[in-house]
Design a binder for this molecule. Structure first.
Ligand code: PHE
Length: 451
């Protein structure tokens, strides 16, 4: 229980936006988006991803925000308050599970990013030879102790911010980090656009080739939309519960969605022109960030500096996202048990270190352990991005659109009638009732090969 009677929350409208955007922008933009776009045909993937963001990501985000703000509670308690005596609270419980599974692999990738900031500073990554940069990456990930240590460092960094609280920790930190993120991203983009391969890189990103698109591609794009916007697992319920009463929720969610999209596109603009200029392959997949990019930077003038900036950018982006993932179980523990926020943080820290080690060791000690044909790292990544978040999102829409009822939604979206946004409310209601759930259902069935 919170010791003071008043629940902590975001203090200003700007605070709400930076924290929420901080959650959305992350390794999803800098690591997943470029590599998935590269592997799935560039612009064709981008168009499907855009449609999924609008028709799936945004409506789920708005639903989560209004639910959280109405109940002013953690993800599980929110559902219990809004639908007492029912099983809907399982959405919140599944969200806590997703938060754990995502954090398990996310903190490991973030750990590599942190390690790469130091490696980039030392100059040890500066080689134009992909064999050398491959070696540097393999050495890091195949070492049992280093794999664990980088993850613990990241977990400690996030825990220290979380302990400080919602306004004094999350809000204050994201307010500092977001301007840094945009500044670095712009610098790298300007550099990329002035390279000779800029045209080719941009064409790859913006000229669609639909011949590579399958139902599997659509599933990946939908999963990415969930992952990128941090929806389908209660993060946005938890953050919504810290929103101000006068926050215009549809407007806030739309702004966050657009800004997140902008960051993804800028990351693509920073990466693909440079990759094409120096003759590397755009479809290297997840290793694009850690193997291709260092070699690319080593090829360009003052590349050492840009490499440092690039990995600082990734570290900054990852931090805001991890804060929101960490906050989900912390809020549940602090509000539903006798633990203080501090106690809840360290219990979560310990649990994450244990679950996380399964993912951390997936390239070393546990490399040969496979479940459903995947290492723990890949399984956690696949199961959350492609299945759990989509299922969570589906049930959140069913709850908001069918169980909760139009009157309650109308009241929340218009802030008790003070906002003049009848058209928005109508559009949202139709989309959340019919379009999103049907779309998610169809894509899940087809993408997973069930139909
Ligand atoms: N949206 C974050 C990113 O793009 C990841 C994330 C997923 C954060 C789910 C919270 C919840 O990196």
């Amino acid at each position: 229980m919170e010791s003071s009677g008043k629940r902590d929350g975001f203090t200003t409208t700007v605070g709400v936006i930076v924290a929420t955007l901080g959650s959305a922008v992350g390794l999803g933009n800098i690591w997943k988006f470029p590599s998935l776009t590269g592997m799935n045909g560039g612009a064709a993937f981008l168009i499907i991803y855009l449609a999924m963001t609008l028709l799936v990501g945004l409506p789920v985000m708005i639903s989560e925000h209004v639910m959280g703000r109405k109940a002013r509670a953690d993800a599980i308690t929110t559902l219990q308050k809004l639908a007492p005596g029912s099983a809907w609270w399982l959405i919140g419980a599944a969200g806590v599970l997703s938060a754990f599974l995502i954090m398990a692999f996310y903190t490991e990738v973030a750990g590599w990013v942190f390690a790469y900031v130091i490696k980039a500073l030392s100059g040890s990554l500066l080689s134009t030879d992909p064999a050398v940069t491959t070696q540097a990456f393999t050495t890091l990930v195949s070492n049992t102790w280093w794999s664990l240590i980088v993850q613990w460092v990241v977990l400690l960094w996030v825990a220290f911010i979380i302990v400080a609280g919602v306004s004094k920790g999350i809000e204050r930190m994201t307010k500092r980090l977001m301007p840094i993120l945009f500044a670095i991203l712009l610098i790298i983009c300007i550099r990329a656009l002035t390279l000779p391969g800029a045209g080719e890189g941009l064409r790859f990103l913006f000229q669609p080739d639909f011949s590579v698109v399958t139902w599997g591609t659509v599933l990946v794009a939908m999963g990415l939309a969930f992952f990128k916007l941090s929806v389908g697992m209660g993060t946005m319920i938890t953050y919504g519960s810290y929103f101000r009463e006068d926050q215009n929720i549809p407007l806030t969610a739309t702004r966050v969605m657009l800004a997140d999209l902008l960051v993804s596109l800028l990351a693509g603009i920073a990466i693909f022109p440079t990759v094409f200029t120096y003759g590397f392959a755009p479809d290297a997949g997840p290793s694009l960030l850690f193997i291709t990019m260092p070699a690319v930077f080593a090829s360009m003038p003052a590349g050492g500096l840009f490499m440092v900036l690039f990995f600082v950018l990734a570290a900054v982006a990852a931090t805001g996202a991890m804060l929101s993932l960490f906050e989900v179980p912390v809020a549940v523990l602090a509000e539903r048990t006798k633990l203080s926020r501090k106690g809840a943080t360290w219990v979560t820290f310990a649990a994450l270190a244990v679950v996380g080690s399964l993912a951390a060791l997936s390239s070393s000690t546990l490399a040969d352990v496979h479940l459903f044909g995947m290492t723990f790292f890949d399984l956690f990544d696949y199961a959350t991005q492609n299945i759990l978040l989509a299922l969570g999102g589906l049930f959140i829409c069913l709850f908001a659109g069918w169980k909760w009822g139009s009157a309650a939604i109308q009241e929340q979206l218009s802030n008790g009638g003070t906002l003049n946004n009848g058209v928005v409310v109508k559009a949202y209601t139709i989309v959340v009732k019919y379009v999103t759930p049907i779309l998610v259902f169809l894509v899940l069935l087809n993408g997973l090969g069930i139909v």
